[in-house]
Design a protein around this ligand. Structure first.
Ligand code: SAM
Length: 227
């Protein structure tokens, strides 16, 4: 059995087509799972470092899926032949790194109807507004329980550019009613509290007040009936 985590399974559940590009594959568990389960016919799995690709090679051999998965040493999409790719998954990296990969010139093919599945480990509040301001709409977002609670974002290019409010940057399209959303946002709120306390200590009271009001808005978002 391929040791696929709930986080990666959630990413797999949001894929739509059968030709997947996995950017930053590391061990290549997701590509191996996608081929073994029949969810994908072809996968391009990339990594910016050779070490992870060597480990990926071992995984493909172990699970007899070498034929349908192409391993590519590439920074983002730099060395990727994008012809025919239906879906792109970028998981297990910081939100800023994911944004930089999506903003690179070689990522322009994403505008041709590619389904994006993004799983930022941190800084999702930087990735979401970038998507919105660059014509990508988030269609779905799920909080998933793994070693922590993570968010998985599904998005595609629509061309609509709409700036997000601060609360939208932090809450995205997560479901208000999902208990895991509360747990995910509790972590976000804790980090904001720490930041506000630091700002207050250093005398930046107005910035600390801004974070305080954002925290209130996140609470209101989580409890819409109490407004
Ligand atoms: C923590 S691993 C995540 C592996 C897998 N995607 C997952 O979610 O379990 C992140 C991987 O992304 C790779 N990576 C980081 N920046 C990258 C980039 N610009 N292009 C391709 N791979 C990158 C790293 O080398 C590392 O192997």
């Amino acid at each position: 059995m391929i040791p696929i985590s709930p986080r990666l399974l959630c990413c797999a559940s949001m894929l739509k087509g059968d030709f997947i590009c996995d950017i930053g594959t590391d061990h290549a568990y997701l590509p191996a799972y996608l081929i073994q389960s029949g969810k994908a016919k072809q996968v391009i799995a990339t990594d910016v470092k050779q070490g992870p690709l060597d480990s990926a090679k071992g995984t493909l051999k172990r699970y007899h899926v070498e034929q349908d998965i192409k391993l590519v040493l590439s920074d983002g999409f730099d060395k990727v032949n994008s012809k025919g790719i239906t879906d792109v998954v970028i998981a297990g990296m910081g939100g800023e790194t994911i944004r930089d990969i999506l903003a690179a010139p070689k990522a322009a093919f994403l505008k041709k109807g590619v389904n994006l599945v993004l799983q930022p480990m941190t800084k999702a509040e930087i990735l979401r507004p970038w998507l919105a301001e660059n014509g990508f709409s988030i269609s779905k977002e799920i909080a998933v329980k793994d070693t922590h609670v993570y968010t998985v974002i599904q998005a595609s290019y629509t061309g609509d550019t709409e700036p997000l409010t601060p609360v939208q940057c932090y809450c995205g399209k997560l479901r208000h009613s999902d208990p895991l959303t509360k747990i995910y946002l509790a972590g976000v709120q804790e980090r904001l509290h720490t930041k506000a306390a630091g700002l207050r200590e250093s005398g930046s009271n107005s910035e600390a007040d801004e974070i305080r009001s954002l925290l209130n808005e996140i609470n209101e978002w989580l409890n819409p009936n109490r407004r």
